[in-house]
Every structure is written in structure tokens, then in C-alpha cells.
Design a protein. Structure first.
Length: 446
């Protein structure tokens, strides 16, 4: 049964991947072997909670013995020596992994076109971007190459591609899921989560992957939250105002359809989310990238050309990083320099703290906060490449959750258009189950 299913997925990958470019590495023999073992456990009646679930894994998450490229030339030949914490957990519950998912290089982007191995295409229409940075994860799930995928979300990278491909995505509260084995993009913002066809699947996977892990000191136990039957819902005005007209229209149609009673709330700082996010992220990203200097992590030929360490790092980075990665390293380095950090980075930290306080206040009064997940529909491949700032603005609704650490999920709503809108569900820090429950409620009425 599981073997047959895996073979079916492998066939879809074979048929569709040449076009979609969602998968970077296919683990054909491995996946069939895993499936045989799981099938045996099912027959013996001792299979785990994810038995028979087939996954693709974003290629910035470590899988022992497999390439971890983060879609960069810099890691093209790097093989993971160990499993990430989330992979250990999937394996323990008998999930099967069929391959790695393509993505933006080091997760920097909103459309999966910065991959060094070619852009990912949208599974609804391959002339359009898949969203990013976990574009391969979402496209592979929508295309039927797997049941589910794990992505990472630093400023929206699970929820953006989930929305663009019309599937479900969930970013847990910061500190819920271990980042051990994730190639970090910006450590205080990164979180791993599921991309799935249904909310039920997202919940099942979240239940497996969350939990304290000694190897990631930011993970911790969370108190159990009371299960409320009567939730008070707000809609965030600034994000609605900042969305395209058609997105706004469909978003309210979705709320109507689900008979959501809500009040409009205003968080003035939300208008500045893109600036706050990018400044914080640039600083952490440029620091995260320092370890890729040509000495460690995969073979390269820069060693032969360089006469000293600085020369080596310069040659290696110059040759192996793409434009977007270089841009972010330069900007992050600039804003954290002694002369400029007060004017930029310190201000960004303060603004982040202020946003966090304001968002927390909303949840003193409301249980659930809703926004459109993406303020725009997917664009055609190549359309926004020349204008990074235009692309950055697409993160306005999603990055709020990363900056404040709160849980956030997205559910697609179709209304006869080619692409759905995403309805984003947010709640207070630690209220992950409340978000998933509300997502299920929306899903069942859409
Ligand atoms: N689009 C955002 C960025 O480019 C989000 C990236 C992410 O969440 N990894 O930074």
C-alpha cells in the first residue's frame, strides 16, 4: 500500500518535475525501501503517527547522507552528516521522504527564482512564480508529488508559497520547533513548519515536530492554553488597506462565506513591517553567512586561487553566491557597522520591540487576528526580478508573525479566479492550537 503510493508519487515527480523544478534530489530507492519498512510495521500493528505520509523536504533542512544545498552553488557538494531534529521526528513516526524541495538561495526571496538551480514554477500555472522561499515545497504538494512538505519561514516563506499554490501552510510560534539542522537565515525569525493539502495534515505534522530540544536553546515547554469556544476575531486594517483591490475583495468574501464576525483593529506600526523585517533580517543574515567562507561546507576550487584567508573568502563568495544573497550580506554588514548601527540596526531592534508590544495588546482583547496572507497574486516568472524592493513589500502581512514570534497559518479561498487568496490566521504567542483550530473552521466553510 505505502510502496504503491510512493511509486505513484515518484511517477508524478518524473512526469511533472522537469517543468516545475520543484524537487532538487529524488530519493527513489531510499523512498521505496523506507516504504517497505513502514508497510511491514503497519502490518505488525506498530506503525507511527505519520506512517504512510510521504514528504518532500526544503533543501535547507539536514537529511543525513543527502545533499543540503540551500539552493546555492556555495553548498552544491555539501552532504549532511546528520539528521535535523525535525527529520529524526518524522522518521520516528514512520514518514517517508521522497526528495528535497527547491527554494530561494539560502531562503532569500518571495518567489523561488533566486535558486542557483533554476526557478520553481507554480503548480497551478507554470508561467507564474511558486512563491518563496519554500516554493518547491508548496509546488510539490500541489502537484501531487508528495502528501506534505516541511518548509522554513523567516518572513513568510511557508505561507507565501502555500498561498500562491493554493495549499495550507503553518508557521508555529518561535521556540516550538527545533531549528537544529536548519541552515539558518536569520536566527531570531526562523521557524520550521508544514505545507499540506489540508489543515488536518498540518496539525498532525505539527503535533509530531514540536517540542523542546536541548540542541536548540530557543525551544521550550509551553503552558497549555485554555480551549475557548467563543473566539473574538479582529481584522488588521493596515494590511487590508495595503492589499490589492481584488485580494481585499476576495478576502472579505471569504470571511462572509465563513460567517466570520469581526472588528477592524489598527496597529499603526504594521505599515512599517517591511522595513522593520528587512533591517532585522539583513543584520542576522549577514552574520549567518559568515560561516560560508570556502574553508568548510563542501568542496570548492577557491583554495587553489587564493593566497590568504581573506582572498579565499572573497573568491569563494564572489563565485558562489547569487545577487540577492550578496545584496543582503552587504546591506546587513553596512547597517551593523560601528558608525551606522545606531542609525539603522539599533532603531530596527527598537521598532521590532514596539511592534511586538502593540501586537500583544491586540491579543489582550481578541483571540484571533485575520489578514490576507499575501497582498498580491502570484506574478509571472521574471516580472519582479529587477526590482527587489517591490518584491520585499509582498512580505508585509507575513513578517509580522516572525518579528513577534506568534503562530500563523494560511488557508486558501477560491472564488472562480485562477489563484486563490490566502486567509492568514494569527493568534497570541503559544496559541498554536487556537490558530490550527480556526484554520480548520475556515477550511470547512470555504
Ligand atoms: N520573502 C522573505 C525574504 O525574502 C521571506 C524569506 C523567508 O521567510 N525565508 O526575506
Amino acid at each position: 500500500m505505502v510502496v504503491e503510493k510512493v511509486k505513484r508519487f515518484l511517477k508524478v515527480i518524473e512526469d511533472k518535475n522537469p517543468k516545475l523544478n520543484a524537487i532538487l534530489h529524488v530519493f527513489r530507492d531510499d523512498a521505496i525501501k523506507q516504504a517497505e519498512a513502514v508497510e511491514q510495521k503497519i502490518n505488525e500493528g506498530n506503525a507511527g503517527r505519520l506512517a504512510g505520509y510521504v514528504f518532500t523536504i526544503k533543501n535547507n533542512i539536514a537529511i543525513k547522507g543527502k545533499p543540503l544545498t540551500a539552493a546555492s552553488k556555495a553548498l552544491e557538494h555539501y552532504i549532511s552528516p546528520y539528521d535535523a531534529a525535525v527529520i529524526e521526528k518524522l522518521r520516528k513516526e514512520d514518514a517517508v521522504i521522497v526528495g528535497t524541495a527547491n527554494m530561494d538561495e539560502f531562503a532569500t526571496g518571495s518567489d523561488s527564482t533566486t535558486s542557483a538551480f533554476g526557478p520553481v514554477k507554480n503548480a497551478i500555472d507554470d508561467a507564474y512564480v511558486a512563491g518563496g522561499s519554500s516554493g518547491g515545497s508548496a509546488s510539490s504538494v500541489k502537484a501531487g508529488m508528495a502528501d506534505a512538505s516541511l518548509g522554513s519561514d523567516t518572513g513568510g516563506s511557508i505561507r507565501c508559497p502555500a498561498t500562491f499554490n493554493g495549499v495550507v501552510g503553518f508557521k508555529p510560534s518561535y521556540g516550538r520547533v527545533s531549528r537544529y539542522g536548519l541552515a539558518d537565515m536569520a536566527m531570531s525569525l526562523d521557524q520550521i513548519g508544514p505545507i499540506t493539502n489540508t489543515v488536518e495534515d498540518a496539525k498532525r505534522i505539527y503535533d509530531v515536530i514540536n517540542g523542546k530540544d536541548e540542541r536548540d536553546v530557543t525551544t521550550h515547554e509551553f503552558p497549555t492554553m485554555p480551549n475557548k469556544s467563543n473566539v473574538k476575531v479582529a481584522v488588521l486594517k493596515e494590511i487590508v488597506d495595503g492589499s490589492d483591490e481584488l485580494v481585499r475583495e476576495l478576502f472579505f468574501k471569504a470571511l462572509d462565506k465563513a460567517s466570520v464576525e469581526y472588528e477592524l483593529v489598527s496597529v499603526p506600526e504594521a505599515k512599517d513591517v517591511v522595513a522593520i523585517y528587512y533591517l532585522n533580517m539583513f543584520a542576522e543574515f549577514s552574520s549567518a553567512m559568515q560561516k560560508y567562507d570556502g574553508v568548510r561546507y563542501g568542496a570548492n576550487n577557491a583554495m587553489d586561487e587564493a593566497s590568504n584567508y581573506f582572498e579565499l573568502a572573497k573568491v569563494f563568495r564572489g563565485e558562489h553566491f547569487g545577487r540577492e544573497v550578496k545584496r543582503r550580506i552587504l546591506l546587513g554588514t553596512f547597517i551593523t557597522m560601528k558608525e551606522f548601527k545606531d542609525a539603522w540596526y539599533m532603531k530596527a531592534l527598537k521598532a521590532r520591540a514596539q511592534l511586538k508590544g502593540r501586537v500583544a495588546k491586540v491579543f489582550d482583547e481578541y483571540d484571533i487576528l485575520l489578514t490576507p496572507t499575501m497582498p498580491v497574486f502570484p506574478w509571472k516568472i521574471g516580472e519582479k526580478q529587477q526590482d527587489p524592493v517591490q518584491m520585499y513589500t509582498a512580505d508585509i502581512a507575513t513578517a509580522i508573525a516572525n518579528l513577534t514570534g506568534i503562530p500563523a497559518g494560511t488557508v486558501p479561498f477560491y472564488d472562480g479566479e485562477k489563484f486563490p487568496v490566502g486567509v492568514q490566521v494569527l493568534s497570541a504567542y503559544g496559541s498554536d492550537d487556537a490558530v490550527l483550530d480556526y484554520m480548520a473552521r475556515l477550511e470547512s466553510s470555504f
